[in-house]
Design a binder for this molecule. Sequence first.
Ligand code: ZN
Length: 115
Amino acid sequence: MKTYLMIPVAAATTAFMLAACSRNTDSAHEPAASPEVVITEELTSRLAAADRHDGTEDHVVEDCITCKLHMKGKTDHTAEIAGYEVHLCSGHCMETFTRNPAEALAGVAELLDIP
Ligand SMILES: [Zn+2]
């Protein structure tokens, strides 16, 4: 079974909980409005490069971004970001990636020698 982590939804939920700690009704189905992770062109181009690295451009990054693509990702540890499905190799890498996707992708950029 896949475990998806929806970053924008999680961020919006956190924002809501912080903003409305005294109200706990009518909010469970709010759409994600302001993702904590800013999706920049740089970030998406790095995701695209990571996607190409596994041999198929299908918006599924099969190599672990946290491990700079040296490890094969697993569908058990899947995050979604900017329209990409990202497979991480372990729960630890999943946590590291979701905490700071931009930083993890910076490692990929370095490895692949892209901006
Ligand atoms: Zn990893």
